[in-house]
Design a protein around this ligand. Sequence first.
Ligand code: 2P0
Length: 348
Amino acid sequence: MPQHDNRYQVRKAAVDSILQDRSESPENCATAFAPVNIALCKYWGKRDPILNLPVTSSLSVSLPPLGSTTEIRIGADRDDVTLNDEPITPQSAFASRVVDFLDLFRTARDLRFSVRTTNTVPTAAGLASSASGFAALTLALDRLFGWDLPPKQLSILARLGSGSASRSVARGFVEWHAGSATHGADSFAEALACTWPDLRVGVIDVDFGRKSQSSREAMQRTVDTSALYHSWAQKVADDLAEIRSALHAHDFERLGAAAESNALGMHATMLGARPPILYWLPGTVKAIHRVHQMREDGINVYLTIDAGPNVKILFTKNDMSAVQAAFPGLTVIAPFDPECPTLPTDSD
Ligand code: 2P0
């Protein structure tokens, strides 16, 4: 255990402040599921990279049944991590990140964990799985040790794995409050009390194969070097207010317009970094034009783009046929009706 490492000490103190009153009754094994989420108002920039504390608040919608199922087991000789039935080499960045997180929860120096994660995100869906992965691992640890933590504390623990994981412990629309405390006790996500049964999210396959530049590094470079970053916090405050208001009013056009503007603003801010960060490919621009043309043709479809080239679209159930005709093979998720995802088939 890296007990003399300052980063570890700071993170461990955050964990201990949550677990101090918890008695433990460990099981040998526990399993949990957490959904992926897509931000309608993005998290882009940290005020503290050790605790993954964000500069701004953000707001997402969870996308079950896409997500991660994680099993954690104690009693092994050494930590081991398996992803989609493939053992992950301990030297890999992915395994190191998982072990770094597990270090925070060892109740004995020699306690070792076996972690098996299966992503129910089709590899081809182009949706980041670190959020669902760390959220599922946190929920599995909660069950393994019998902590029975409330959602707020679970969100804080998941944030230590990955910022966006703080939002994946909850369902529906979820707001991550940036908070202002240096220890991060007020930086957590919680579900909003509203639903949208007709909402649909589509994922356009621009390039699912490409390994994107790490969002962690890109985020930091944007904060450190983009002259446009100073206006990002104000834009997020405005967009969040508009999105909350649109959700309250159940106004899809306002919701979609604000989400699209927020995503494009995030990418503009990245373009201002030195050197610039450009995740878009020609297919990304083509999809953006296609979405804009559809709007001109009277179909209410809006877009958002994360740290990669793929375009995600927001629309409602009544425009399903028009959207699927425009984007054949689209993966469609009904966030509030997880029984009916439409996943592309091999023939698409
Ligand atoms: C988001 N993204 O709000 C934004 C929009 C990507 C684009 O959160 O360093 O993997 O683990 O806290 O959460 C991706 O960043 O970064 C992300 P870390 P994370 O969804």
